[in-house]
Ligand binder design. Structure first.
Ligand SMILES: *Cc1c(COP(=O)(O)O)cnc(C)c1O
Length: 354
């Protein structure tokens, strides 16, 4: 607390990120990082971007990154916005597109940065409960609102909605912006980008942090109607004209262009996920159906916080949320086969003891 703070600062509830601890031999399954590392082509492109040219400012329009996204998804450059992480793209989206007289709708259990942005920008939000299977039911969003945001697949449940459900949501709200946060879509979800040609109220946000294994580079993007993108550009250029440096731009272009590498590593994660789910079920866990690079699981006979603490003693980090309805679940990122086998061995040792 400081008497020098602006009033708005006193009212903020900042987001709490998963821990980034450094420990030899640590199995880090708590922040949904990708175990396979970025495309070698992206690494080479970034190395080539380090040099004397860094004395100049980067391209404020992010044209090369926009064109890479446009190429990949069959869009025009004017349909693409690029930011320094999808968290930043989300922040600009909340400010530019989601603050209206009527409340914003979002799921009660979802990415916990959404309420944080609402408090930062003074946006009134109504949290719509997930159904009893922890799914988003789009019929529950048929109520007066100023805008809607959901994650698909949702976090931290991992459950994805099929494209026709997303389309029903977008079609039911022609006068509101509907934002779909697709941070995990490449691990088996269906992207709403396919709907962009038909709906001018749809904005889809993706990140290079998960399926492109570039969480440390901080690049995200949004795609949608040029009018939505122009609104985001106005906010961005009132905040920071150069959010991406030259190295990030070069790495992002190469990573997006190397679709084969992303697909191959995502398939490996999907295969490991199926193996881990089967192992966890054999140990008595309930595991929600996941289309993400993590699973959300609970054990009917064991407390989640105690399990997380026991794993931590064995140098395995998973995420536990002290939040109503989900405080008996663990969110476990899919690591390599070896890391997931270590997790299963640790759970086998732990379960009789807890
Ligand atoms: C990880 C994640 C993001 C943030 O991604 P960054 O680009 O690393 O900021 C956004 N939304 C959801 C749902 C996520 O899980």
């Amino acid at each position: 607390m400081s008497r020098y703070w602006s009033d708005v600062v006193h009212g903020l509830t900042p987001y709490t990120p998963g821990e980034q601890v450094q420990m030899p031999g640590l199995v880090k399954l708590n922040t949904n990082e990708n175990p396979y590392g970025p495309s070698p082509r992206a690494v080479a492109a970034m190395q080539a971007a380090v040099g004397d040219q860094l004395r100049k400012y980067s391209d404020p329009g992010n044209a090369a990154v926009k064109d890479a996204v446009a190429r990949r998804y069959g869009l025009a450059r004017e349909q693409v916005f690029v930011g320094n992480s999808s968290d930043e793209v989300l922040a600009h989206t909340f400010q530019a597109l989601l603050k209206h007289a009527l409340p914003l709708l979002c799921p009660d259990i979802s990415y916990s940065f959404y309420p944080t942005y609402c408090s930062l920008y003074g946006i009134e939000a109504v949290q719509v409960p997930l159904n009893e299977r922890y799914e988003i039911d789009v019929a529950d969003y048929n109520r007066p609102c100023g805008a809607i945001i959901i994650a698909n697949p949702n976090a931290p449940t991992g459950i994805g909605l099929p494209l026709e459900r997303i389309e029903a949501l977008v079609a039911a709200h022609p006068d509101q912006v509907v934002v779909i946060d697709e941070a995990y879509v490449d691990f088996g979800g269906q992207s709403a980008i396919a709907l962009l040609g038909r709906y001018d109220n749809l904005l889809v946000i993706q990140t290079l942090s998960k399926s492109r294994s570039l969480a440390g580079l901080r690049v995200g993007y949004a795609v949608g109607h040029p009018d939505l993108i122009a609104g985001l550009e106005r906010v961005k250029n009132s905040f920071n004209c150069y959010p991406l440096g030259q190295v990030a731009q070069a790495g992002a272009v190469a990573a997006i262009d190397d679709a084969a590498y992303m697909e191959q590593t995502s398939q490996a994660i999907i295969a490991t996920r199926a193996w881990l789910i089967a192992q966890m079920q054999a140990l008595g866990f309930d595991v929600l159906p996941s289309q993400a690079n993590f699973i959300f699981a609970r054990h009917p006979g064991h407390d989640a916080a105690q399990l997380a603490a026991g794993l931590r003693e064995r140098a395995i980090l998973v995420r536990h949320f002290k939040q109503l309805r989900i405080d008996q679940f663990l969110r476990i990122s899919i690591g390599t086969d070896g890391e997931c086998a270590q997790l299963v061995d640790a759970l086998k040792a732990l379960l009789p003891a807890v």
